[in-house]
Design a protein around this ligand. Structure first.
Ligand code: SUG
Length: 446
């Protein structure tokens, strides 16, 4: 039976904007206040999904969340109609309102940590939705992500969708962005690498926050039933975090036996590589593709997002393909590095550039937009088929985005209550397209 790696991409939401909300994310800070184009954003995302589906890869869709998130305002004491709540909240606390309007669930790599069935004690695919405790605008994502995963991976003979970790700073968790799985073949037992930025019990001092704790990684490994012998929990380098690598996937990506990473990705590089080798013993020989700082300075890696690429086993091709953002092509050091990379005889044979500029301006590259889920054929048959990309779904979602999404959204447009009506209309229509069931979103439950 063939086991594949599916990519589930977060659909860019109707309120996509540049809020400057993510501390430690250089692009988010730099582009704060720019005019966004939600329509261009959703179409770019769909084009990327279509490209992978057309190549024969399994591609899924994760729905955007309800934004602005009025249930939080109700919890915080605002009452009345949606418009009354929004008008009052916008007048009283526009910063809070902006935080509740971010389309950040599009970055599906932060939706959850996922362990394939080949790695787990009970032989099911395990998901832990991320609590995203570190940022106000993302800390509201976990419960809706859990609902979405349960709607898409509903069959509990194959799938275990956990609740997010406790919403507490010690268990701060950012999902698969800090997780790499190496293996010989997707369906075989692999090595799971969980990367944290700080220990919850230390007095962490950095230029920027370290979003993932060691304790959250340990808890996820336990609840997913991972084999301790095949699990590596390592520290991201503070140097990388301080330079703006707010997730490990800004400096590292893996696929199959290949780990592609920047020289300064890990706090203890030698120890990390030795631990991975030891964990892979008897399974496969890891292939380390290390990018030296002398060839790609850390700053270039972060602005170009070279590592925030999708490293993919490509149908009918014996080398891997790296889907990198256009910005990697536009940066001299990374473009030249990629040219040398594919000209060599290493495991990566092709670099293709994808235009995801709307997302990139918020610090989200091709790898941020996708959640990887390894699925056997049987497991795949248990996935909600309406969420899997096809020519028909692509056409439907394109028409849907063109109908409902604004071409432009500026910082002050977020105060417009008409945006609530539009966003809810769009999500109502989407619920039907993706077969998620009425009542999927809080606003549909009344
Ligand atoms: O959490 N940006 C996201 C980007 C997430 C990228 N994900 C991965 N690396 N996997 C974040 O920093 C910016 C939102 C704003 O400023 O409007 C934001 O949340």
């Amino acid at each position: 039976m063939r086991t594949i790696e599916a990519n589930f991409d977060g659909l860019v939401g109707p309120t996509h904007n540049y809020g400057g909300l993510a501390d430690g994310n250089v692009a988010s800070a730099k582009n704060k206040g720019l005019i966004s184009s939600p329509r261009a954003g959703v179409l770019e995302g769909l084009a990327k999904m279509k490209r992978l589906a057309d190549a024969g890869l399994v591609q899924g869709v994760l729905p955007p969340h309800e934004r602005p998130f009025l249930p939080r305002l109700r919890e915080l004491g605002f009452s009345g109609s949606d418009k009354a709540i929004w008008d009052a909240a916008w007048a009283a606390d526009p910063v809070l309102c902006r935080n509740l309007t971010s389309a950040s669930p599009m970055w599906a790599a932060n939706a959850a940590m996922v362990s394939p069935s080949a790695d787990t004690a009970d032989g099911r695919v395990h998901f832990t939705p991320a609590n995203l405790h570190s940022t106000l605008h993302r800390s509201i994502e976990g419960p809706q992500t859990e609902t979405a995963l349960k709607a898409i991976f509903a069959d509990d003979t194959h799938f275990a969708v956990h609740a997010p970790l406790p919403d507490q700073v010690a268990f701060s968790d950012e999902g698969a962005a800090n997780h790499v799985r190496l293996c010989a073949e997707h369906g075989e037992e692999g090595v799971e690498i969980l990367v944290f930025g700080r220990d919850a019990y230390e007095d962490y001092r950095g230029v920027f926050p370290a979003r993932q704790t060691r304790q959250s990684c340990e808890a996820i490994a336990r609840r997913h039933g991972l084999n301790p012998k095949r699990t590596v929990i390592v520290r991201q380098s503070q140097r990388a975090i301080d330079a703006g690598a707010f997730h490990n996937d800004v400096v590292c990506v893996g696929n199959g036996p290949v780990l592609f990473f920047h020289e300064f990705a890990f706090e203890d590089k030698a120890g990390t590589l030795a631990a991975i080798k030891a964990a892979a013993e008897d399974l496969f020989e890891p292939i380390f593709v290390e990018v030296p700082d002398s060839e790609v300075p850390l700053g270039d890696a972060i602005t170009s997002y070279l590592f925030n690429s999708q490293l993919l086993s490509w149908p009918d091709y014996d080398r891997m393909v790296l889907i990198a953002p256009k910005e990697t092509e536009e940066c001299t050091s990374t473009r030249e590095y990629c040219e040398r990379l594919v000209a060599g005889n290493g495991p990566i044979g092709d670099v293709q550039y994808a235009e995801v500029r709307q997302s990139m301006r918020n610090g989200g590259g091709p790898a941020c937009l996708r959640l990887r889920v390894v699925l056997s054929e049987e497991e795949r048959a248990g996935v909600n088929p309406k969420c899997l990309m096809s020519e028909t779904l692509y056409q439907e979602l394109t028409a849907w985005g063109e109908k409902w999404y604004r071409d432009e959204l500026g910082p002050n447009d977020l105060g417009d209550p008409a945006l609530i009506v539009e966003a809810q209309g769009a999500l109502d229509a989407l619920t039907a397209i993706l077969g998620l069931g009425r009542g999927f979103y809080p606003f549909q439950r009344g």
